[in-house]
Design a protein around this ligand. Structure first.
Ligand code: NI
Length: 164
């Protein structure tokens, strides 16, 4: 296992649309393990392929209920009820944005062994899955806020980067 480097905004890879994974081979299994290790190391609750520079449709999550790997994840259903809560992102250090997410979802995909899975998720798990799936389309939490706040957040990010 090895730690991967987390891509920080405005890295262009964070804006890429990711490709389907054709086969869950050893390389993909190792990637999943490395992503989990990297996520735990940074005390995150989720991580998506592009955040480690890999433009493939893979996400890992652990909201405190154990590791979850989803390959080619797809949201099949969303509840009408939404929650509007603060989110962070390992690629956007120190930025928190209130994001509206479906409270419950049904998600499908492949697990880390390449087996098809489909299940209902709610609360923080549902939120984390929706956040990570957004990454696979190049969507970040700063895109989910109003124009003025977006400008302020981007300035904050760019200034921070300058001072690093
Ligand atoms: Ni994120």
């Amino acid at each position: 296992m090895s730690l991967l480097k987390i891509k920080i905004y405005p890295s262009s890879v964070l804006r890429k649309r990711c490709e389907e994974i054709k086969e869950v081979n050893e390389e993909i299994k190792e990637l999943a393990r490395d992503m989990l290790e990297t996520m735990y190391k940074h005390q995150g609750i989720g991580l998506a392929g592009p955040q480690v520079g890999v433009t493939k449709r893979i996400i890992v999550i652990d909201v405190g209920k154990g590791p979850l790997v989803l390959i080619n994840p797809r949201i099949e259903e969303k509840s009408k009820e939404n929650d509007y809560l603060l989110e962070g992102c390992l690629s956007l250090p120190k930025i928190y944005v209130k994001v509206k997410r479906a409270r419950e979802i049904v998600v499908s995909g492949l697990d880390e062994q390449g087996q098809p899975v489909k299940f209902k998720a709610r609360g923080l798990t549902a939120r984390a899955i929706q956040h990570e799936i957004d990454h696979l389309s190049g969507v970040l939490i700063i895109d989910k806020t109003n124009f003025l706040r977006k400008v302020l957040l981007k300035l904050k990010l760019l200034l921070k980067r300058k001072n690093d």
